[in-house]
Design a protein around this ligand. Structure first.
Ligand code: TRP
Length: 345
């Protein structure tokens, strides 16, 4: 196999209301990976339109995710930040993968089953083919490491299956062209640290979600210090003091969630948080959590606001990122066309 450099790719959908869950579960880790890898971070607008998006909102949300990336510390000069639809290779490779993946594979995707529910006949074809586009995103850059949440693991397994079937189906063509054994790498998921699953502040058994009716259930990345403090103070808890050992969090989803958030914001472990606050009352811990959350998150909101005030600067960053992404993508598309047997100029 041709030596493939290590490269990180990940995507975030521009569907609005970025919150603490997106930060701790995804964007904060994207920031950390910049130290060790060449990274490509993509605002996946083609994925977003698998369900209806108001056109003006889609634009605004695309710029908002871009602003969030940068406000959180992603460097768009050293790494690549762009929106998916500006690089046509994503759609092209996704089509080819539609012809590699099997109906049976996609039929097993739990996210599709959940999103489609009983309305299977009425959802878009795109929603069904969504994982093929995701595989295309990753393999277009032959990315080796993909940071994602638990819920995307099945899609990454599918990405490996597609890569493997492509490599096998086109094996003779690959060796004929001098690509050796396999063209696409088998991508690894990057495993998460603590609190990658941030739960609702109102109900510790539900994921923090942009679509929860109560704004008190989530901390938005655009919330100012006052809003953050109010939401943490009002977060649901139980009447017991905090346990001293992590095992004591087991049947206490709200306590577990808040301790997990504190640990993740500080890059510590839940146990280290309990070493400090175990045995104490919730009110003391909540006071400390307010201070920590405001300290870590309110500068992000401020920076996002500043960036969003200059749309043309954000668009310039996206255009520059797309230009640099396209250089890599075009090479892959040319190789894939040769491998599959498409005549090209
Ligand atoms: N499906 C991912 C999500 O909803 C977003 C995504 C699209 C993605 N393409 C990707 C993530 C490629 C990682 C790699 O979270």
């Amino acid at each position: 196999m041709a030596a493939v450099a290590e490269r990180v790719f990940s995507g975030v959908q521009p569907t609005g209301n970025l919150h603490l869950g997106n930060y701790l579960g995804a964007i904060k880790r994207f920031v950390e990976l910049q130290e060790r890898f060449d990274c490509i971070y993509c605002v996946v607008d083609l994925h977003a339109i698998t369900v209806w998006q108001e056109p003006e909102e889609l634009k605004r949300h695309t710029r908002e995710v871009t602003a969030a990336f940068i406000a959180c510390g992603i460097d768009p000069k050293k790494h690549i930040v762009f929106n998916q639809s500006q690089v046509s290779g994503h759609a092209e490779l996704a089509w080819i993968f539609n012809c590699v993946a099997r109906m049976g594979w996609l039929n097993r995707m739990t996210q599709f089953k959940e999103k489609a529910g009983k309305d299977r006949e009425n959802v878009s074809v795109g929603l069904f083919a969504y994982p093929d586009l995701m595989a295309a995103d990753i393999l277009l850059y032959r990315a080796t490491h993909v940071p994602v949440g638990e819920d995307q693991k099945q899609h990454l397994e599918l990405t490996r299956d597609i890569a493997q079937k492509f490599n096998t189906d086109f094996g003779p063509s690959l060796s004929g062209l001098g690509f050796g054994e396999g063209y696409f790498p088998l991508t690894e998921p990057v495993i998460a640290g603590p609190a990658t699953r941030v739960m609702s502040l109102r109900d510790g058994s539900k994921k923090m979600s942009k679509s929860d009716a109560s704004d008190f259930s989530r901390i938005n990345l655009t919330d100012d210090a006052e809003a953050i403090a109010g939401k943490v103070r009002r977060a649901k808890t139980d009447p017991e003091p905090l346990p001293s050992e992590e095992a004591g969090l087991k049947e206490r989803p709200e306590a577990d969630n808040l301790v997990g958030i504190y640990a993740a914001l500080l890059d510590g472990t839940k146990q280290s948080v309990l070493d400090q606050f175990g045995g104490g009352q919730f009110s003391t811990f909540k006071g400390a959590l307010v201070d920590l959350a405001v300290e870590k998150l309110s500068p992000i909101a401020g920076e996002m606001k500043r960036l969003m005030a200059d749309v043309s600067a954000i668009d310039a960053i996206l255009a520059d990122g797309a230009d640099r992404a396209r250089v890599i993508a075009d090479k892959t598309i040319a190789d894939v066309k040769d491998i599959v047997g498409m005549v090209r100029r």
